[in-house]
Design a protein around this ligand. Structure first.
Ligand code: ADP
Length: 703
């Protein structure tokens, strides 16, 4: 039961006992009051009885006066006295109603009183009607009649008075008895109250206090880490408090156990350092990480453990941690046991005001530092310029190559921003992009720049790579002018050679020896190949400069395909490869020559890489909003790693392809540009040894 209910039940029972006492006391008091009232009433009855007797005397006397004087005043006096008689009698009968003993006396008094009153009335009537002389003799008669009655009345009144006097005599004894009873009851009440108070003290408060003592003892034990006393067997608030306390203690000890396990097993050194900078407690990791047993460090100064040149800085860091101004972890080199090795350590320090000590975690970063220094060495030697900048663009670090690229000494970067070095410094992560950069003396040069943001324990930083592409630009320019020069200068004479060789092999210049005809045919093929290469090169040049013109017109899929098939017919015959086609007749807008060029390239590749007797399937069909062309062969296929590369320039799966199959590795690159210029897509599905399926789609209608 809850304490409050227990207390309440106890209070109610105490109250019941108290009420019993009060009830008995009230009863006794009532009895005493009744005794006192009886006494008072007895006195009054005695008084009124005496008064009645006196009234009769007065009546007789005043009547005698009236009898003799016949005076109105005397008569009035007599009447006034006579009026009192019934009043007194009534009072007596009213007040003796509940008194059966007095009833007989009162009846006798009333009877005699009535007789006396009748006689007096008769006497008065006589006095009223007769003369004094005739009446006086009657006076003796009346007296003689009244006297015995009056004597009897006195006897009755005396009886009544005696009875009351008896009551008065008995009353003091009764009152004394009643007072004694009240006193006794009061003593008993007092004694029982004291008893109850003692009971409460022992059985209630003493019980609570003893349990509170247990709780307090448990609190003390918890603070000292001792085991708690057994649980209280009670279901009241203290029992509940004890249960919660035990649960809390269990949770605390579990948490402490885990904390201890972490402390004991952590790879990092965990330690508590007092405000003077001395170790209070050190985790076992100090043995494996620093080579010191934890006990040997207790009481030692942390400063003594740190490399001499870093001690002042360490003190500053600890002070900052104490004042709350330390923003993050700091590094310090711990001199390992033996004094030879330095352990690079990252310190996370937290000042605890309540315990007045620093809680620290020291993480071994020696390996990381070693790697960092290696990375730094690599970065220093990198052939590209590297800069590290704050998010606002201010430069924090540059490698030697960057200094060289911008013709600055390292110190000259102090205070410089990325925007002082190159344009487009809008930050964020960017791929390699071309921009204008400025070296010392505001000399501009083309550069490729890429930047990436990364998080450090000092905040976000931007890593910027800058490559001077002046030479690349120059080479590109040279290549372009070389290609254009070579192409133009070579194409014209080669075309003449081609037509001469054509006519030669056709016998325009007469019959030639077989050997010469063979050589002429071979020379013609080589010349054709050379002209095709030159044309491809020129196409690529034009494409690079965005000069590839498209003559878009409405065409029919069958016509486009027909033109391509006719162009490769002879070629396919030579390779003994059959080309079949399945065309859905449909119109669509495109540059017919260019799309035929794509198809010719794809079909001749398919023929080229097929075996003799194989077939190449060409298909054209509608696919949603597009026209889809497919060229499928069952030749050698393309290895997976080359699948995406074949559309890049000068990419050939096999280096011997150019030699054995002809071609420059430019065909698919040109196809890609043509298809994409039409707003289409090109792709390939292939499995090595099983053949390839080249496809491209073109929009079926003009947007
Ligand atoms: P090339 O003029 O050398 O044929 P392409 O750009 O047309 O240049 O092709 C590039 C390379 O892709 C070829 O050299 C060849 O290695 C590979 N290739 C193209 N088509 C096929 C195919 N149908 N089967 C196997 N390999 C192919």
């Amino acid at each position: 039961m809850k304490i409050v209910y227990k207390g309440l039940a106890l209070m109610i029972s105490i109250l019941a006992v108290q009420l019993g006492f009060v009830f008995v006391l009230l009863n006794l008091l009532d009895q005493a009051e009744r005794t006192a009232a009886r006494e008072a009433q007895a006195k009054l009855i005695v008084g009124h009885t005496n008064k009645l007797m006196h009234t009769y005397y007065d009546a007789a006397n005043t009547l005698k006066g009236y009898f003799l004087s016949r005076d109105d005043k005397a008569r009035a006096q007599y009447e006034a006295v006579m009026n009192k008689v019934p009043l007194e009698l009534d009072w007596l009968s009213t007040n003796l109603k509940g008194n059966p003993d007095a009833k007989a006396s009162l009846e006798a008094i009333r009877k005699k009183s009535d007789q006396i009153l009748n006689i007096l009335k008769e006497a008065k009537r006589t006095a009223d009607e007769e003369s004094v002389i005739s009446a006086i003799p009657r006076l003796g008669e009346f007296r003689a009649e009244i006297q015995p009655l009056f004597d009897g009345l006195v006897v009755d009144a005396d009886k009544l008075i005696k009875r009351q006097e008896k009551i008065l005599e008995e009353n003091p004894a009764t009152q004394a008895r009643e007072r004694a009873e009240i006193r006794n009851i009061l003593y008993i009440g007092l004694a029982s109250n004291v008893g109850i108070a003692i009971f409460i003290a022992f059985y209630f408060f003493a019980n609570i206090v003893s349990r509170v003592d247990i709780l307090m003892d448990n609190t003390r034990r918890l603070s000292k880490g001792e085991s708690l006393r057994g649980r209280l067997k009670a279901d009241d608030e203290l029992g509940e408090l004890d249960r919660v306390f035990h649960e809390m203690a269990a949770a605390l000890s579990e948490a402490r156990r885990k904390e201890r396990a972490i402390f004991d097993n952590a790879l990092d050194v965990i330690c508590a350092i007092d405000s003077e900078g001395r170790f209070q407690e050190v985790s076992p990791a100090s043995t494996s990480v620093w080579g010191y047993e934890p006990q040997s460090l207790t009481g030692a100064e942390l400063k003594e453990l740190v490399a001499e040149d870093q001690r002042a800085e360490l003190t500053l860091c600890l002070e900052a941690a104490k004042s709350g101004s330390l923003t993050g972890p700091f590094e310090a080199s711990v001199v390992a046991a033996g004094g030879e090795n330095l352990i690079e350590t990252l310190w996370t320090v937290q000042w605890n005001q309540d315990d007045s000590c620093f809680y620290c975690v020291a993480h071994d970063i020696t390996d990381r530092k070693r790697v960092e220094s290696r990375i730094r060495e690599v970065i220093e030697r990198l052939p590209v310029g590297i800069a590290v900048a704050h998010p606002d663009g201010s430069i924090e670090y540059v490698n030697p190559k960057l200094c060289e690229t911008f013709s600055y000494e390292p110190y000259q970067f102090d205070g410089l921003h990325l925007k002082d070095l190159y344009d487009d410094t809008d930050g964020g992560d960017t791929g390699l992009k071309e921009t204008r950069a400025r070296r010392a003396g505001a000399i501009e040069f083309p550069a490729e720049v890429s930047s990436v943001s990364y998080d450090t324990h000092e905040g976000m930083r931007q890593l910027v790579v800058v490559i001077d592409v002046t030479e690349k630009f120059e080479l590109l320019r040279l290549r372009r002018s070389f290609v254009s020069m070579v192409s133009h200068e070579l194409r014209t004479p080669l075309t003449s050679v081609q037509s001469f060789l054509g006519m030669l092999t056709m016998g325009v210049y007469g019959d030639l020896p077989e050997q010469v005809t063979k050589l002429g045919a071979s020379a013609e093929r080589s010349t054709n190949q050379l002209i095709r290469l030159i044309n491809d090169l020129l196409d690529v040049e034009r494409m690079e400069q965005g000069r590839l013109e498209m003559k878009i017109q409405a065409v029919n899929s069958r016509d486009v395909l027909q033109a391509a098939l006719e162009a490769v017919e002879g070629f396919a015959d030579r390779y003994e490869v059959e080309v079949d086609c399945d065309v859905e007749d449909m119109g669509f807008p495109c540059d017919q020559d260019r799309v035929s060029q794509v198809l010719i390239n794809l079909i001749s590749n398919a023929v080229k890489f097929s075996d003799r007797g194989d077939s190449v399937h060409v298909r054209a069909s509608r696919s949603g909003d597009n026209v889809r062309f497919e060229v499928e062969d069952s030749g050698r296929g393309i290895p997976a790693p080359y699948l995406s590369a074949v559309f890049e320039r000068f990419q050939q799966v096999d280096e011997s392809d150019a030699r054995e199959k002809g071609g420059s590795g430019l065909g698919l690159a040109i196809c890609k540009v043509i298809v994409e210029s039409h707003g289409g897509t090109i792709g390939v599905e292939s499995e090595e040894g099983k053949g390839s399926l080249f496809w491209f789609t073109l929009p079926a209608s003009e947007n």
